[in-house]
Design a protein around this ligand. Structure first.
Ligand code: HEC
Length: 229
């Protein structure tokens, strides 16, 4: 073992060259060294130590990420599934019943119909008949749906005013639900007060239209006479 004096090693006492090696410190010296050792602790640092702050941040970050992950990946998980006393409506995650939405209907109307029938539903004189207050729109929804899906062309009498235009089969390129939203909107906007239309009704009407290119107003009226004149 190397017994040479190392200045940083406070556990070893410095040795004089004539030191025999076995005699210890004097009592006074021993107490003094003891005091030095006892007082030689590290000063407590002020403020926050860096490492714990980083750990706290990492921990919070992880918690945040975990929350995001759960919200995004729970795939409609319903905690009520485990509650046997919960009302069934809360537990049932099955397919929802279709609800016609006039707000969606208005947007779809603007892109698919308003170019001709106008956002006001009042149409354009001598070219596009009005939908606001139209007897063609109220009453049996099949008439309206067949017109949207199949198109309409030929002489048309709208409350005594004659039209003779051609409406394309706008609905052929739309989904059943979209047409249901539009039809519901048209039947309830501008003071119209007819009932809503479901996507199932649209599917029925689409079957009835089949591969037809267009209807004439006379044909439509024969199958579905106006309830109001
Ligand atoms: C390109 C122009 C055009 C577009 C787009 C159009 N229509 Fe028409 N629509 C007409 C014309 C023209 C007539 C009259 C046809 C005739 O004279 O036989 C008509 C007639 C109608 C009628 C029967 C008459 C009446 O005034 O009630 C209804 C209902 C109707 N359209 C609804 C719609 C709906 C709903 C849409 C959108 C899904 C739509 N139309 C899109 C041109 C259009």
């Amino acid at each position: 073992m190397n017994d040479s004096y190392r200045p940083n090693d406070r556990h070893r006492r410095p040795r004089a060259s004539n030191d025999a090696g076995t005699e210890g410190f004097s009592d006074g010296r021993l107490v003094e060294v003891h005091h030095q050792l006892a007082n030689d602790k590290e000063e407590p640092a002020e403020g926050f130590a860096l490492l714990p702050v980083i750990v706290v941040f990492l921990f919070c970050g992880f918690g945040f990420w975990a929350g995001l992950y759960l919200t995004r990946n729970s795939d409609g998980f319903n905690p009520g599934s485990f509650d046997l006393d919960a009302p069934r409506a809360l537990v049932d995650n099955g397919p929802k019943e279709f609800e016609p939405d006039p707000v969606k209907g208005e947007k779809l109307y603007v892109t698919n119909c308003a170019g001709c029938h106008q956002p006001t539903g009042l149409g354009v004189a001598a070219a596009f008949p009005p939908l606001a207050g139209s007897p063609w729109v109220a009453g049996n929804e099949e008439r309206l749906l067949k017109i949207i899906i199949g198109g309409l062309a030929g002489e048309l009498d709208y409350k005594g005013t004659k039209y003779n235009g051609a409406m394309p089969n706008v609905g052929a390129g739309l989904k059943d639900a979209q047409i249901a939203h539009i039809a519901t909107y048209v039947r309830q906007a501008w003071g119209n007060a007819a009932g809503p239309v479901t996507d199932a009704k649209v599917a029925e009407a689409r079957k009835a239209v089949g591969a037809r290119a267009s209807y004439s107003p006379a044909e439509i009226l024969q199958a579905h006479p106006l309830e109001i004149k």
